[in-house]
Design a protein around this ligand. Structure first.
Ligand SMILES: N[C@@H](CCC(=O)N[C@@H](CS)C(=O)NCC(=O)O)C(=O)O
Length: 217
């Protein structure tokens, strides 16, 4: 098996890569990295100096691929399957990448900011930054509510790159800033994501670790 995914089952950005791998049934070796273990942390940083996961290693092509978005593009190019993550049409591809960026930058990152703040020691917390992140999530949810008015997936009829980014960011996002009662389109889209077999599998595999998710204090 030429592909190894360095990841953690609870890590939201790793979920993006896992969804893409499971969508197309791409065989890979999972390497669970415990960042609390200095040796494992150092080994990850050797693969990608930034030291964050996911990182995909492809021995067959002698490539090391960091960054969840780049991993999905890489899989779409070199391990293509029935689910195409980025359409061939250049204009549609650009729109799909924009929607994927939207979820990463304006849902995933603010969610991560709020979760990370919960892990900070008292006196080191950033309440202003957390309030900004909450406001960003509310703005993004309102946009998604409009985007999803016709149902379907993030880009319409076809599951794509953008849905891989939406699923983890909305899962953890809804824990830190719940959807509004009136945000029916958003809630229905999230329910469709959770029912998608690739994401349902990711959630099932993460279940044993859920008690590690930082709680609000
Ligand atoms: N832009 C990166 C973000 C990766 C990222 O933030 N990963 C988190 C887990 S979800 C991580 O490695 N956190 C550990 C750390 O920052 O020490 C991507 O899309 O892959």
């Amino acid at each position: 098996m030429s592909l190894t995914l360095h990841f953690h089952p609870l890590a939201s950005f790793c979920w993006k890569a896992l969804i893409a791998l499971y969508e197309n049934g791409i065989p890979f070796t999972p390497n669970l990295v415990n960042l609390g273990n200095p040796d494992e942390r150092a080994a990850l940083a050797k693969l990608w100096g930034i030291g964050k996961f996911p990182v995909l290693r492809d021995d067959a092509r002698n490539e090391t691929v960091p960054e969840s978005s780049i991993i999905i593009e890489y899989l779409d190019r070199h391990y293509r399957g029935p689910t195409r993550f980025i359409p061939d049409d250049p204009a549609a591809a650009l729109q799909t990448r924009l929607r994927e960026r939207f979820y990463d930058l304006y849902v995933h990152m603010p969610m991560q900011k709020i979760m990370a703040d919960r892990l900070r020691a008292e006196g080191k917390r950033d309440s202003y930054g957390v309030e900004e992140a909450r406001a960003q999530l509310r703005t993004s949810y309102a946009m998604i509510e409009q985007q999803m008015a016709n149902g379907g997936w993030a880009m319409g009829d076809e599951f794509s790159f953008a849905d891989c980014a939406a699923a983890p960011s909305l899962f953890y996002g809804s824990m830190v800033v719940p959807f509004g009662d009136a945000q029916k389109n958003l809630a229905a889209y999230f329910a469709r994501l959770k029912a998608r077999p690739s994401f349902a599998r990711v959630l099932k595999e993460a279940e044993p670790y859920f008690q590690m998710v930082p709680k609000e204090s």
